[in-house]
Write a protein that binds this ligand. Structure first.
Ligand code: SAM
Length: 686
């Protein structure tokens, strides 16, 4: 398959590993790759081999014991396979690392095992059973991209599905120790080439080590050429020798030559962080930071989920473009992430329902668009598939005249309750108040932190001001996010949206799945049917209107023809005056993608990149200047349930100096400064 138009590998499903189970030396059945004709591990001594080759040769027990940094120790691996190496690294970390240390695992895999094969392979190691269960439970769909898993409170695993060399080139993160695995070079020559070693070198921290089972000439030469020093050390079992070593000459970072403005700001202390705004954007960031041991003050004028995130029920859905683009990639990654994240946060599903979302094609044009989408994106049916009217009707439990796209992993969420739950996370202290001012504590000190001027704290006098000093600040205040001097250059548009709610009479029909087209309707919650939503850009009024209820009713008829009549027949009062509902104001960016990342110093950008206004090819080498320690998560529009959990991880990862959960081009796509540079290049910078 060729690269997609946005220069990333195709947004597609991956071929699963083809396995057979063969008896190893000791007569035990072990996973064997029929495609590569090689073993994943020996069931007899696979554990001991992993411990010798990858853990001991990277000196992990000692390095874990001595780990004092607040950032996590990062291991990078080529070829995740069954995950045995990574589970052993996790066990080794638990045995040796200090209690507050963290571990971040990054592994690539082009042919992911099917979930059942994974469980069967790992069943060989009873003492790893609990760790294996955490992995199997979160095992992602076989879709190209980054999949973040939370193995436990201290251990994160990013699975980069796709070809190793391609994935490492897209990785935004740096590694402390490499497990250079993969089938033997003789069996898998395509993987072991110079570009792989160069990509490893480019993603190595100073002093990064590596270990590999092989001593093949191509590996020795490639590692040396990429800047690694290696030595032969005794191999495991019958293998006489293997290689271990470290990065000696780290290569210059070339990645930002074409986009120096997106160079990430240097890491700085993050003991205390203030998050402004307690909607989905703010509460997800607060919880993500608190999970990393950061003390978070979450500030909101009205408390968690008061604004557009405060609907009792919100759809977890995406609408993907027919032709692949960065926005669609980010949203699909967000949906897959949100689903896994919700399962980990709330396994009992008190806060969400995974029932699926149907996106109906109510007209010819949309049907053609959906057909093009499916042709362009060979994704697993477990993620998205086309369904005809009969199948759509069966899934929705209603007679439907149209087919559409079905997203079985999507669903709906109790958005207001989710915000409250996250705001109550350990390590988050939620306060009521309005942030009236935001200023650096020390103008010249890069590590100086921020002073917030707050008013209206809980129970206090609304006009009484007090200050709060923190290391860093995340602004997540929807349309108010660009109300600070530092963020004024980031365009945000208010979009009013109103949902309608109806009490269902006994026996009234109701959708069994979220159904959407122009409007949407959700499965009933507590006997109430929620449908909507009106959409009015540049309207910042949050009072419910009968006219919007009337609009939502018309949209309901267009989406589900005949359904309003069936409701009326069952005894529902559909007059706009009889409907309940809620209006709120959402924030949107001009390109409709969220802002998630560091706040650019727009004035400095206009100065540093001024030459580009005349000639966009004259790219200065100057890295983008940012307001140090200031971040923003905003412009989630009406799709915050899909985007906010992932952008929260993006911001928390960058803030805490960890590998990112998204490929570099997607992190850049979400960068809050993208509009500043675009306008500058188009000569609209002033
Ligand atoms: N580390 C594994 C474990 O702990 O079970 C064993 C790795 S297995 C020997 C090699 C793995 O590399 C297989 O899962 C295979 O699918 C994967 N692989 C092979 N070529 C690859 C490539 N070009 N990109 C990514 N993964 C690849």
């Amino acid at each position: 398959m060729t690269a997609a138009p946005d220069h990333l590998p195709p947004l597609a499903g991956l071929e699963s590993a083809r396995l057979d189970w063969r008896q190893d030396d000791s007569g035990e059945s072990a996973p064997h790759s029929s495609a590569f004709d090689d073993v994943y591990f020996s069931r007899h001594d696979g554990r001991a081999e992993t411990e010798h080759v990858f853990l001991a040769a990277n000196r992990l027990p000692e390095r874990f014991r001595e780990w004092q940094a607040t950032r996590p120790f990062v291991i990078g691996e080529t070829g995740f396979g069954t995950g045995l190496n990574m589970l052993c690294a996790w066990a080794c970390f638990d045995a040796h690392a200090p209690a507050d240390a963290r571990l971040h695992l990054v592994s690539t895999e082009k042919f992911p095992l099917a979930r059942d094969d994974l469980a069967r392979a790992l069943a060989a190691w009873p003492d790893l059973a609990e760790r294996a269960a955490a992995l199997v439970a979160q095992w992602p769909e076989p879709v190209a991209g980054v999949h973040r898993l939370w193995l436990d409170r201290r251990v994160t695993l990013d699975l980069h599905f796709g070809d190793t060399t391609e994935r490492l080139a897209l990785l935004d993160g740096a590694v402390d120790a490499w497990f250079l695995d993969g089938f033997a070079p003789s069996k898998n020559p395509e993987m072991w080439h110079d570009a792989l070693f160069a990509a490893m070198a480019a993603r190595s921290r100073p002093g990064a080590t590596f270990a590999t089972f092989t001593c093949a000439g191509v590996v020795k030469r490639g590692l040396r050429a990429a800047g690694f020093a290696w030595r032969k050390v005794p191999g495991f079992g019958r293998k006489r020798e293997m290689l271990a070593g470290e990065i000696e000459t780290p290569p210059a970072d070339e990645r930002r030559r074409a986009t120096p403005w997106f160079t990430p700001p240097a890491a700085r202390p993050a003991r205390r962080v203030a998050v402004i705004g307690a909607g989905l954007a703010g509460t997800t960031v607060a919880a993500a930071l608190a999970r990393r041991g950061v003390a978070v003050t979450l500030i909101d004028r009205e408390g968690p989920g008061a604004g557009a995130s405060g609907n009792a029920q919100g759809a977890l859905y995406v609408k993907l473009a027919a032709d692949t683009n960065l926005q669609s990639r980010a949203y699909l990654a967000g949906l897959l992430h949100a689903r896994r994240w919700l399962e980990a946060l709330d396994p009992d599903q008190a806060l969400w329902s995974p029932g699926g979302v149907l996106q109906l094609a109510t007209g010819e044009r949309e049907a053609r668009r959906q057909a093009r989408f499916l042709a362009n994106h060979p994704l697993p049916a477990s993620v998205v598939r086309g369904v005809d009217a009969g199948e759509a009707g069966r899934l929705a439990g209603l007679d439907l005249p149209h087919g559409g796209l079905d997203y079985p992993l999507a669903g709906w969420v109790r958005s207001d309750a989710l915000c409250r739950r996250l705001a109550a996370s350990d390590g988050v202290s939620a306060v009521r108040g309005e942030v009236r001012g935001l200023s650096p504590i020390a103008e010249d000190d890069e590590n100086g932190g921020w002073r917030l001027t707050l008013s209206g704290d809980d129970g206090g006098d609304k006009n009484e001001e007090h200050t709060l000093e923190v290391d860093q600040v995340v602004i997540a205040a929807a349309t108010a996010s660009n109300g600070f001097d530092q963020t004024a250059a980031l365009p945000l548009q208010p979009v009013r949206g109103q949902i309608s709610r109806l009490t269902l009479p006994p026996g009234a029909p109701a959708p069994a799945r979220v159904v959407c087209a122009g409007g949407y309707a959700m499965p009933p919650l507590n006997g109430q049917l929620t449908f909507g939503a009106s959409f009015a850009p540049n309207d910042a009024d949050a009072t419910a209107r009968e006219a919007d209820h009337a609009f939502n009713l018309e949209e309901l008829e267009r989406t589900l023809p005949g359904y309003p009549a069936a409701l009326a027949e069952a005894g529902a009062d559909l007059s706009p005056a009889a409907l309940g509902g809620r209006a709120a104001v959402r924030a949107a960016s001009p390109d409709k993608s969220p802002y998630a990342g560091p706040v650019p110093d727009a004035e400095a950008w206009r100065h540093d990149y001024a030459a580009m206004a005349k000639d966009a090819t004259r790219i200065p080498a100057t890295p983008g200047r940012h307001h140090p320690g200031l971040w923003i998560s905003a412009a989630h529009g009406s799709r915050g349930l899909s985007s906010a959990p992932l952008t929260a991880e993006l911001i928390a990862s960058r803030l805490c100096d960890e590998p990112l959960p998204l490929e570099t081009p997607l992190a850049d796509h979400l960068h809050p400064g993208r509009r500043v540079i675009r306008d500058l290049i188009r000569g609209q910078g002033r």
